[in-house]
Ligand binder design. Structure first.
Ligand code: NIG
Ligand code: FE
Length: 394
């Protein structure tokens, strides 16, 4: 069995036992065997290994877990972004533009985009990335989107209910029937999750509930695009259905907060429904940011993700989202780094990632910096020196 020692770590974020909420260890080393963390401890007591990575006193942290991304699409919407920066409002109408481009693209074009964006994210420290469909919106196009997504990630999400496509505009009930029937049947073999955009102009609460319930009956876990553009029923619907995550959470009422807080685990380790915040979307739509402080103070587990998509958030950078969360959303650097690693893992109901403790997957990043603090302190700077995926240097 070949082993690898990541040695001379100045500051190790474990998200397990150690100093503070990030479980920090100093002057540490991590032993990796068969793609898993086998040992964590003081560098002075590190066991012998076949190979060694010298962190040179830098910070090491779990790879980022980006639990919300829309990578299967064609075209871009730079002109729409420019119009917004000149004062136009985001309404979600541009989704149909991307649907048209995606339907017209070949499998290889879609595959190339997914790989390009996944590669971009990996170079910025993302070791797990959820990928949604949602720009096909026909049985064949949703199925192929998920097939292509599944070539790159095991965390795939069926988002046939992104918007009602133009050809069903005057008969949304029929589209919901299609999503719950043949589209779900074609998508489910390639998907782990189901998601719905529950928002004015997309799917109302009854349609969203029906679609999520069908997905659940087909064995998929639930996630919801909720309360992004205004107040609405999405968050409480997610809680009602036991969603792993409700995403966006930009406009939350006291009742939404209470519903999320009500999913607290008995052992005090946070909530079973995670609030996933996507500050890239507020950045790119010039909208008010969600109030992460309010969620954290209420005991709600918070994740950070990119929402990478051509409309509202064309970034694949988790470090950028960490910096935004700290500057704009009231999170401390430690809270933001936790949310971008362990928080994302919670949002995907995974306990083998987002932590660097014995038994976890050896997905980690070596920073070009002495501390995780630099991720927010030095925004826009490429601080990811090295990425290990499943114990393998990339
Ligand atoms: O998460 N809100 C819905 N879906 C995406 C945006 C999609 C688009 O505009 O293309 C989001 O922000
Ligand atoms: Fe999204």
């Amino acid at each position: 069995m070949s082993s690898l020692l990541v040695d001379t770590i100045g500051e190790l974020v474990t998200n397990g036992t150690g100093e503070g909420p990030l479980g920090i260890r100093r002057k540490a080393a991590v032993l990796i065997e068969e793609g898993r963390v086998a040992w964590v401890g003081p560098a002075a007591y590190a066991p012998a290994a076949d190979r060694r990575v010298d962190a040179g006193g830098a910070a090491v942290l779990p790879g980022f877990v980006d639990s919300h991304a829309h990578l299967v699409f064609a075209g871009d919407r730079a002109a729409e972004f420019a119009a917004r920066m000149a004062g136009e409002r985001y309404t979600g109408g541009g989704i149909r533009t991307t649907v048209g481009a995606t339907r017209a693209a070949s499998d290889d074009e879609l595959r190339a985009t997914v790989r390009r964006l996944r590669g971009e994210a990996l170079r910025q420290g993302t070791t797990t990335m959820e990928i949604k469909s949602g720009y096909g919106l026909t049985v064949a196009d949703e199925a192929r989107s998920l097939r292509i997504a599944a070539e790159t990630s095991t965390e795939t999400t069926f988002l046939g209910a992104h918007v009602v496509p133009a050809e069903y505009a005057d008969r949304p009930d029929d589209y919901v029937g299609l999503v719950c029937g043949p589209m779900l049947a074609a998508a489910a073999p390639h998907a782990k999750w189901i998601d719905v955009f529950c928002e004015r102009g997309a799917f109302d609460v009854d349609h969203a509930r029906a679609i999520l319930a069908c997905g659940q009956a087909a064995g998929l876990g639930v996630r919801v695009h909720a309360n992004q553009l205004g107040p609405g029923p999405g968050v409480q619907l997610g809680v009602e259905l036991g969603a792993a995550s409700v995403d966006h959470c930009t406009h939350l009422s006291d009742a939404d907060m209470a519903a999320l807080a009500g999913t607290a685990r008995d052992d005090g380790s946070g909530t079973t429904t995670v609030a996933t915040l996507l500050p890239g979307a507020e950045f790119s739509t010039r909208s008010p940011y969600p109030d992460a402080r309010r969620l954290l103070d209420a005991g709600v587990t918070v994740a950070l993700a990119t929402d990478c998509n051509p409309g509202t958030s064309y970034t694949s950078s988790m470090p950028f989202c960490v910096a935004l969360a700290v500057r704009e959303m009231g999170m401390t650097p430690a809270e933001a780094v936790w949310a971008a690693t362990a928080g994302g893992a919670r949002a995907l109901r995974r306990d083998d990632i987002g932590v660097l403790t014995p038994g976890a997957r050896a997905d980690l990043v070596v920073l070009d910096a002495p501390s995780y603090l630099h991720l927010a302190y030095r925004p826009g700077v490429p601080l990811i020196r090295q990425v290990l995926l499943n114990g393998v240097p990339q």
